[in-house]
Design a protein around this ligand. Structure first.
Ligand code: GUN
Length: 290
């Protein structure tokens, strides 16, 4: 079993970014500045945004947290987005998801200026990605591509099977892996809740990407020997051995794989998650004016 270490790779990328920022400052150029809007008290969202702000500090970016109450209404939140669009000191920003139920999240994402949309969630960026134009690609699928690249995993002509069709992961990773690029040039099958003969399809995957949000859904019998397995799931499950009574785990039942199983796999935690932060920072650097 070969572990694809997303944590170490994320730190390596952040060290590269740190050097670029130091070079920019030495040359009198602007320090990149990322802002994040967070609404309400979702503990997981607060933790994710905290990691993003800390990573900004590490690489030498400026950061701003716009912390808004759960009770904010659609119009007020839209105004907060517009303030960031107009603030020329801010190069890129994100609106942390999920938003409260009374907010139309899609309408808010459409207010974000596409040139500051470092999450790549605006329809302009999603559309550009779909026809292969330069754009901000969402951080999680970009992180997967970066891991495949840095681990020297051959993708050309391989069968990639994607579990999940979300706008944040399943759809963009399908596009990125099918592009005429390296990594890319895969034959991609996108599976979802209505897919028939799922196990048969996953067993034919050279590269299997699980992004469905169901703990341990993918079992060893669903995996081809020697496959590359990318686990995007972050699921909280009960664990009486932990002080908190729970722990995070992936969509893949990695603990059921034999030690001598001869494929590659990303662990949870420490796989795709940390890469998402590194790629968000990369997008922010790209959004920063010369
Ligand atoms: N919620 C879960 N993943 C993400 C992400 O990549 N960006 C934002 N803004 N919210 C998220």
């Amino acid at each position: 079993m070969q572990i694809i270490d997303g944590k170490a790779t994320s730190i390596a990328i952040q060290d590269e970014l740190k050097a670029v920022v130091a070079g920019r400052i030495a040359n009198g150029l602007k320090r990149p500045h990322l802002a994040a809007i967070i609404v309400g008290n979702n503990p997981a969202s607060r933790a994710y945004v905290g990691h993003k702000i800390k990573a900004c500090e590490y690489v030498g970016f400026e950061s701003t947290l716009v912390d808004l109450p759960e009770t904010i209404d659609q119009k007020e939140l839209k105004q907060e987005v517009e303030k960031l669009n107009e603030n020329s000191t801010i190069d890129g920003f994100i609106v942390q998801l999920p938003l409260p139920d009374h907010i139309d999240a899609q309408a808010i994402l459409e207010c974000v200026s596409p040139v500051k949309d470092v999450d790549g969630f605006h329809p302009i960026n999603a559309g550009k990605l779909s026809i292969g134009l330069p754009c901000f690609a969402p951080a999680t699928p970009s992180g997967i591509i970066e891991l495949l690249d840095r681990y020297g995993i051959e993708t050309e002509g391989k069968h990639a099977v994607i579990l999940g069709r979300s706008a944040i992961v399943g759809t963009p990773i399908t596009l990125l892996l099918s592009r005429n690029a390296n990594p890319g040039n895969c034959t991609v099958t996108m599976c979802h809740s209505r897919t028939q003969n799922l196990e048969e399809i996953t067993r034919s995957a050279d590269i299997l990407i699980a992004a469905i949000g169901r703990a341990h859904f993918v079992t060893p019998d669903m995996i081809k020997p020697g496959a590359v397995v990318i686990d995007v799931g972050i699921n909280r499950i009960e664990d009486a051995t932990r002080k908190s009574g729970s722990r995070l785990t992936g969509d893949v039942a990695m603990h059921l794989l034999e030690k001598d199983w001869n494929g590659h796999i990303t662990p949870v935690p420490g796989g795709v998650g940390p890469m998402t932060i590194a790629m968000l920072l990369k997008n922010t650097l790209e959004a920063t004016s010369e």
